[in-house]
Design a protein around this ligand. Structure first.
Ligand code: PMP
Length: 287
């Protein structure tokens, strides 16, 4: 497989604070507030055949993540949508991953963010398969998703990903592709960048998204499953329930619908319901 250059050394343009700038010039100062205090908010989007799937929902969530972290994103949803289309077109990309990010700059530094300016960038590049391979194995993590009383858990705030990176890298070091994360109560939560579903007794179950991101893909797949006549339960899920699961999969913009073929020592098949939803999602995003 070809090794791609690092992300700060590519050709193309990046949308930065309202302008398109040459890729290598889209830089941030080492005194940026968000680099020190982890309060950037971001999005992950995918374009298929030249169109970002659920673009406006993602732009809205970026603005909402800002509000949840007391940061006003200085562009409207319409402006963010237009900027995303522009940067994709200028880079000549039709099938790509898109990463908008809003962060606090280096105007002043200290725990208080008062006096900082909010900056926004939109980057896009080709990122075909998030995990590679047909199915993934998850390892239960020692790291737990925090309570909404302890963190802005409904936001896509950079600081929340400290846990996800620790959890995922420990899982990778142990030979798995991702972590199976529980929440602060010991309930099933999600993977580190994707929501989790399982099939039991012919019905789909997924943890209620009350302390982690209610993914746009999660909501889409719930709709698709119901359209296919499946019963879907969004509820509190305890880890021992996975013992009776006949299929498990994760959903997310980057991972799309990916089969989970193992959690710790337990194996799962790539089942027919997962395959059906994978196909339905692949068709919908390209429609
Ligand atoms: N959970 C986490 C922690 C994520 O980072 C993501 C990816 N944005 C998801 C779930 C899935 O969200 P979406 O389907 O909106 O991409």
């Amino acid at each position: 497989m070809a090794v791609l250059p690092p992300l700060d050394d590519r050709d193309g343009v990046i949308w930065l604070n309202g302008k398109l700038v040459p890729w290598r010039e889209a830089k941030v100062h080492v005194c940026a507030h968000s680099l020190h205090y982890g309060n950037a908010v971001f999005e992950g989007e995918r374009a298929y055949n030249g169109k970002v799937f659920k673009l406006t929902e993602h732009s809205r969530r970026l603005v909402a993540s800002g509000e949840l972290t007391a940061m006003q994103v200085p562009y409207s949803v319409e402006e963010l949508d237009a900027a995303t289309k522009l940067v994709l077109a200028e880079n000549g990309l039709t099938d790509a991953y898109v990463r908008p990010i809003a962060w606090r700059g280096s105007e002043t530094l200290g725990v208080s963010a008062v006096g900082t300016k909010v900056h926004v960038a939109i980057v896009c590049w080709v990122w075909p398969a998030y995990y590679g391979g047909d199915g993934i194995k998850l390892k239960t993590s020692r790291w737990k998703r925090p309570s909404p009383e302890s963190a802005p858990t409904a936001s896509k705030c950079a600081g929340l990903y400290v846990l996800c990176t620790l959890a995922r890298d420990e899982a990778i070091a142990a030979g798995y592709q991702d972590a199976f994360m529980l929440d602060y109560r010991g309930r099933v939560a999600e993977a580190t960048g994707a929501n989790l579903f399982f099939l039991r007794g012919g019905e789909l179950h997924t943890p209620e998204a009350d302390c982690f991101l209610n993914g746009i893909t999660r909501q889409t797949v719930i709709g698709l499953a119901r359209d296919h006549g499946l019963k879907v339960h969004e509820r509190a899920v305890w880890p021992d329930e996975l013992a009776d699961a006949t299929e498990v999969f994760v959903t997310g913009t980057a991972v799309e619908v990916t089969s989970v073929v193992g959690i710790d020592d337990r194996a799962y098949p790539v089942g027919p319901v997962t395959k059906k939803l994978q196909a339905a999602y692949a068709e919908l995003v390209r429609r």
